[in-house]
Design a protein around this ligand. Structure first.
Ligand code: GLU
Length: 481
């Protein structure tokens, strides 16, 4: 039997980290078994579904490298299939029309609550006669369609993550609605729990891998598989992603959508790597860095935990920085250009070699691509100014003489080399009779406007190539004197 799994996001929001992680586990499982990974867009909620969310989901999965083998399939294009399946259930007596009004349902629930019972539909319209139905229709009532759930049923499955899970039919809330209200000679809009099963059967899904929040749905869905005469797939309910505080991760925790992580400058390989570790660990649990393909080779649900997976920013940041440090300068430059552009930094196509040297200079200090904006500000903004600590440094005794010496040396230089820069520093040490440390600190203050940052000599060479270094030294001397 070939493995067929699917990811079935609803386009009611941007691709969420939880959905993406579920996609990762599906993808890993499919690739491990040489199976198929299918993408289905569950867009039956017409009010909340939006095409831009669908696009965001497709873009996010593509960016992460979670390529799918079939789809995307859209549920809104498959309505005939669902209606046909509902007719079959109606014809077989496994589903029926229920005319209970919203007011009656509210009353029923209030009475149950008053008795201290859990709210449920009491199956009151299961056995209506044709005359009773006609009378309700004459009143103008629109029926829903309900699927029969026997209270006495025991539903159990062996979950690939949670082991044996079992539910009683009586805990499922009574006969379940599978289609919304519509005139009695029509079939209303079919609902989530039903269409998922019709699709999973139609698409020959062998393993349903999804978040733990779907466990109760699974119990209902197993009854639907049986009613439709279909084989029940295997299930794996993956642990939820929790906030650092241990609560369900929500919008309030800040960034939760893949496009936001991307904007901040997490790279796809790092985020993909991090998501595999949200609930799974490789057989060698000390191994933290791997590609999705490497994880797929080792992936199994035996190593997925039942406990919720806490989101750990430090770990994600660490992984991202590891990936960034390994990206060659030309590729890193491509990734950084949009950030520099968004920041309003100006450069020409001819600056490409300069940008690559800059990428090489700051690459090792980046945690996220976004950090490059602050880190390289002093190289783009001509009059970047001096921080308080830089100003204090510039006012130290000996600084003015040292900087003047460097400015003098620069007057007769074309394009500065690292060796020339070192020689100028030595000359400044002897001319001004100061320690080398003072020259270095003063030079940093003067050239970068701050007391810490990337390598000083490399920074100087880049500033020199854009003819900014002499100007900065003059500005610094104005403060130093
Ligand atoms: N559309 C559902 C969701 O986004 C999919 C659940 C499932 O995988 O069955 O949660």
């Amino acid at each position: 039997m070939s493995v067929r799994v699917r990811i079935a996001p609803s386009p009611t929001g941007n691709l969420h980290i939880g959905t993406a992680r579920t996609a990762v586990f599906n993808w890993l499982f499919a690739r491990h078994h040489g199976g198929q990974f299918i993408l289905r867009i569950e867009d039956t909620d017409l009010e909340r579904s939006r095409p831009e969310f669908t696009q965001n989901i497709l873009d996010g999965l593509t960016w992460l490298g979670l390529n799918w083998d079939e789809g995307p399939f859209f549920q809104t294009k498959r309505m005939d299939l669902y209606q046909q399946a509902i007719r079959t259930l109606l014809d077989n007596g496994l589903a029926y029309r229920c005319y209970t009004s919203e007011a009656e349902l509210d009353e029923m629930r209030a009475a149950q609550e008053a008795r201290g019972q859990a709210p449920r539909y009491d199956n009151r319209h299961r056995h209506l006669t044709p005359d009773q139905e006609a009378a309700f229709q004459a009143e103008g009532r629109l029926p829903v369609i309900r699927f029969k759930i026997e209270d006495g049923r025991e539903i159990a499955w062996k979950d690939m993550v949670r082991g044996t899970v079992s539910w009683r039919g009586s805990d499922l809330g009574g006969d379940m609605v599978i289609a919304r209200r519509a005139p009695a000679d029509e079939i209303g809009q079919p609902l989530y729990n039903f269409v998922v099963v019709v699709d999973d059967v139609d698409m020959n899904i062998t393993h349903v891998i999804r978040g733990e929040d779907h466990v109760a749905n699974t119990a209902k869905q197993i009854l639907l598989y049986e009613a439709l005469g279909a084989a029940v797939p295997e299930f794996a309910h993956t642990p939820l992603i929790l906030s650092p505080a241990g609560k369900k991760l929500s919008k309030r925790d800040g960034v939760t959508s893949i496009s936001d992580f991307r904007k901040m400058g997490y790279v796809a390989d790092a985020l993909g790597n991090y998501m595999t570790l949200l609930g799974w660990s490789p057989p060698d649990s000390t191994q933290e860095r791997f590609t999705l393909a490497e994880a797929a080779e080792q992936f199994s649900f035996d190593r997925v935990t039942k406990a919720g997976a806490k989101f750990d920013w430090d770990k994600l940041n660490w992984l991202n920085s590891q990936y960034l440090h390994d990206i060659p300068a030309d590729r890193l430059t491509d990734l950084l250009i949009p950030y520099w552009q968004n920041a309003g930094y100006e450069f020409d196509p001819g600056d490409r070699p300069w940008l690559e040297q800059l990428a090489a200079l700051i690459g090792a200090s980046l945690v996220r691509l976004e950090d490059a904006v602050e880190m390289s500000r002093y190289l783009f903004i001509v009059d970047v100014g001096f921080s308080d600590t830089a100003t204090a440094q510039l006012q130290q005794d000996g600084t003015a003489a040292a900087l003047q010496s460097i400015l003098d040396s620069l007057a007769s230089t074309q394009t500065l080399t690292a060796d020339e820069a070192q020689t100028m520093i030595k000359t400044a040490v002897s001319t001004a009779s100061v320690k080398k440390g003072l020259v270095m600190r003063s030079l940093r203050a003067a050239l970068t406007g701050d007391m810490q940052g990337p390598d000083l000599i490399q920074s100087w060479l880049l500033l020199n190539q854009h003819q900014i270094d002499q100007r900065r030294l003059q500005q610094a001397l104005a403060i130093a004197k």
